[in-house]
Design a protein around this ligand. Structure first.
Ligand code: MLT
Length: 404
């Protein structure tokens, strides 16, 4: 008789954004006349930039001609894209990353869920609390997290690093020594970030204790402050302790197109074994390459026109962030984030729980957000709003919240 992977049975509830989608669907069915504004999941609303559309059209035409048709993509990514990434995301910032350390993928969600596969099951993970749920859930599935305590909402073998208003959302070095440290900066969900010198301390710590930092830089394009690193490789010593995960979803609106990449430096080794080679082996075996059309679209992100158009798109969303932040402050809310990230993290009013506030906002203002407790126990009493809506909807949502 076959047996299942029992670890899946340990997962409490469904994936956070699936739970929210179900709740919103039930509310919509019961209230068909209400116009709901969705500021929950961080999904973009602006169309792809013209330079990207043009590159995709051209690539589609190439696919229709035998002379320029492309079948399977190289499993680690086309050279044209890996070179553009190296030049623009690394060399331009003084980071020594080479094309053969870049692994093109279908997005950072899958990479951040899959990367744990190349580490031993008994490795201890450390996560910020609150945290993007994929990091913990993927480790639960792999059997790395121990048992779940529904009282504390914590896993016995996970090291939690609380990030709250009290410590300015800056994680502190944990008492127990982790093997793998997940850092998402600028942070999802709190919308806050670390300075480059604070990040350097984490790199030094990881090198000292022999840990690997799994660095999710999906929101890097939203950094506006000068003393914030755009890549962990701006910190010295990061090549021997950090893997960087990047996405095209938030900087270029590819949530529905799917493209990302992971950097595994050649200098990152465990007892002489190259993690870069392990990830190459894993990628080659389990992934057949992102589509040619999509990789050409990714290349256009780095063209002069693409860069200019996407700068405007990021500015559009950051204007929304400021509308939310200022509007909620005026209404008496305590708000964080929204300066280097497209997320606003707010304290729920009147000691409401995160889920009570979710229901309250949905019912009274018909606005959907994300309950902070869905990201971990230290998120209780907080709530996340995304700046990825349209400007009109964002403004309307803020007015509705102000009127409560
Ligand atoms: C979020 O809302 O946290 C993100 O959109 C989820 C994701 O990027 O997968």
């Amino acid at each position: 008789m076959f047996q299942i992977n029992d670890n899946y049975q340990k997962l409490p509830g469904s994936y956070l954004f699936s739970t929210i989608a179900k709740k919103v669907a039930a509310f919509t069915e019961a209230n068909p006349d209400k116009r709901i504004i969705r500021l929950g999941i961080g999904d973009v609303t602006q169309p792809l930039a013209p330079a990207i559309i043009e590159a995709m059209h051209k690539a589609v035409d190439e696919m229709g001609d035998a002379a320029t048709f492309h079948g399977y993509a190289p499993d680690l990514g086309y050279d044209f894209l890996r070179k553009a990434i190296v030049e623009n995301d690394y060399k331009a910032r003084g980071c020594e990353i080479e094309a053969d350390e870049i692994f093109v993928s279908d997005g950072a969600k899958s990479d951040s869920a899959n990367i744990q596969e190349i580490f031993a099951v008994n490795n201890r993970i450390a996560v910020c609390d609150p945290v993007y749920p994929v990091y913990v859930d993927s480790n639960v599935m792999a059997g790395r997290t121990g048992t779940y305590d529904s009282e504390t909402e914590k896993w016995s073998d996970v090291i939690y690093m609380p990030c709250t208003a009290e410590n300015h959302f800056v994680p502190e070095f944990p008492k127990e020594t982790p093997d793998l440290i997940y850092l998402c900066l600028p942070n999802n969900p709190t919308g806050t970030t670390l300075t480059k010198s604070q990040l350097q301390e984490w790199v030094d710590y990881a090198n000292k204790v022999g840990a690997v930092i799994l660095y999710d830089g999906a929101y890097e394009a939203y950094i506006s402050e000068k003393d914030v690193a755009h890549s962990i490789y701006e910190c010295s010593g990061a090549q021997t302790c950090a893997i960087e995960l990047k996405s095209f979803s938030k900087n270029a609106g590819f949530t529905g197109v799917r493209l990302g990449y992971t950097v595994v430096p050649k200098a990152l080794k465990c007892n002489g074994v190259s993690l870069r080679d392990m990830w190459a082996r894993r990628h080659g075996t389990k992934f057949n390459g992102a589509p040619y059309i999509v990789q050409r679209a990714g290349e256009a992100v780095y063209s002069a026109e693409g860069k200019a158009q996407l700068k405007d798109q990021v500015a559009y969303y950051m204007k929304n962030a400021s509308v939310i932040k200022e509007g909620l402050k005026d209404a008496g809310y305590t708000v964080f984030g929204g300066v280097n990230a497209p997320y606003i993290w707010l304290k729920t009013p009147d000691q409401m729980t995160s889920w009570d506030f979710f229901d309250y906002l949905l019912e009274k203002a018909n606005v959907v957000g994300t309950p902070g407790s869905g990201f971990g126990p230290s998120g209780e009493g907080y709530f996340r709003l995304t700046a990825f809506g349209t400007y009109e909807n964002t403004e309307a949502a803020v007015k509705r919240i102000q009127a409560l």
